[in-house]
Design a protein around this ligand. Structure first.
Ligand SMILES: [Zn+2]
Length: 280
């Protein structure tokens, strides 16, 4: 069993990147990829644990993109996280996010809601702040009772403090990942499999833009969805990948490797990824 999708506290997970390899080893995983959102910050510490565990550690990232008017996540697996150009590109994403956050905080301040970001993070190593974090700040400061309310009132598209995000295009995400020696995969496609999104056409379009893998085995995928995406991989000559999307205590009940209990990503997935990487 392997797990090619998890998060550390360098993005929105709760565990430090040097804890994850040990958890994977204890869970009997053959391989684990760290795929934090829009940052490579945890990877040096994560990869450094390779000398302590027999679980194979794989450097990765999860890039937030926009496709067909919706947010689409793209995983980059086996990326060279030390590649200078890739680091610079990913750093630029952080700057985009900072610009957006500054705008949100400005909008909140115009509403006379002033939150000190430093107090909230208390010196933690979080290297990017998402709207979910800002929602928690609003909760802590008593401006909303739930995360949902914080989004509805302030942070969502209809919210009073909303600021749009300059998303990366999937085409650029695929290019960046390929140029950093990695395999670009469409993350958790099941989130779009609800009748509003026709995957056969969409996935063929994404393939033409450079996507080469589909996260077929995923915590929230039903058996029907897994079978559907496996067939789609065959049809489009794409590689099935899979993972738990483990976030530690930030996603209660979801365990490394097994997700909510029934996930099992087969070992052969690694061989398929490797075949692809050797060929290119
Ligand atoms: Zn994720």
């Amino acid at each position: 069993m392997i797990d090619l999708h998890c998060h550390s506290n360098c993005s929105d997970g709760s565990d430090a990147p040097d804890i994850l390899p040990r958890l994977a080893y204890q869970a009997g995983l053959k391989a684990l990829a760290l795929t934090d959102h829009d940052t490579l910050d945890g990877l040096d510490v994560f990869m450094d644990q390779q000398r302590r565990v027999s679980t194979r550690l794989i450097p990765g990232i999860e890039l937030s993109c926009e496709f067909s008017g919706r947010e689409l996540h793209v995983l980059g697996l086996f990326v060279n996280h030390r590649d200078a150009l890739f680091r610079e590109r990913v750093h630029g994403l952080g700057l985009r996010r900072q610009r957006r956050n500054a705008q949100i905080f400005q909008n909140l301040s115009n509403l006379e809601i002033n939150i000190a970001q430093e107090d909230f993070f208390n010196g933690g190593q979080l290297s990017l702040i998402t709207r979910a974090h800002i929602a928690d700040m609003l909760l802590n400061a008593g401006h909303a009772a739930t995360r949902l309310e914080a989004f509805q009132k302030y942070l969502g598209e209809e919210g009073l403090a909303y600021a749009p995000f300059e998303f990366l295009s999937p085409k650029d995400a695929f290019k960046w990942i390929r140029e950093a020696g990695g395999l670009p995969a469409i993350a958790h496609p099941g989130r779009f499999y609800d009748g509003r999104f026709v995957w056969e056409t969409a996935m063929a379009d994404l393939y033409n833009m450079g996507a080469r893998a589909i996260e077929t085995y995923y915590t929230d995928h039903s058996e029907t969805e897994t079978a559907y995406f496996l067939a789609l991989c065959d049809k489009l000559s794409m590689i099935p990948t899979g993972g738990s999307d483990y976030h530690g205590s930030c996603k209660p009940g979801c365990k490394i490797g097994v997700g909510y209990g029934s996930l099992s990503v087969p070992d052969w997935v690694i061989d398929r990824c490797q075949d692809f990487l050797f060929r290119f």
